[in-house]
Design a protein around this ligand. Sequence first.
Ligand code: NI
Length: 138
Amino acid sequence: MSPTVVVTRREHFNAAHRLYNPAWSDAENARVFGPCANPNYHGHNYDIDVSVSGGVDPATGYVVDIKTLKDLIEAHVLRRMDHKNLNLDVPEFAATNPTAENIVVQCWRWLAPVIPVGRLVRIVLWETDRNVVEYTGG
Ligand code: NI
């Protein structure tokens, strides 16, 4: 039986967003979200770590070709969000607040079905180098 290894690819994207609950008043949004609710948006430099777990293929020595993983993240995550306004440009966030929590779950929904070998086990989204969220499914 081949050993199971977790392989992680880190990618980067820039995006703008605004945290806002349309059911609340502007004052309530300002109280809960602070400057993150500013009407004219603000940006982040996000890093995303995508981890796939699987057996090491004895022929290649790989769990998954990391170039394949890179290409999948580019096609399914970066192409949708890099240099975009998440609230306005990404349909999934038209009615969902684009918090780091909601972004990481959405990234999972885009990526989990397209991982060709092994399985997606973790996505870590760095909104800043101090604010990090992690999703492992479920
Ligand atoms: Ni923000």
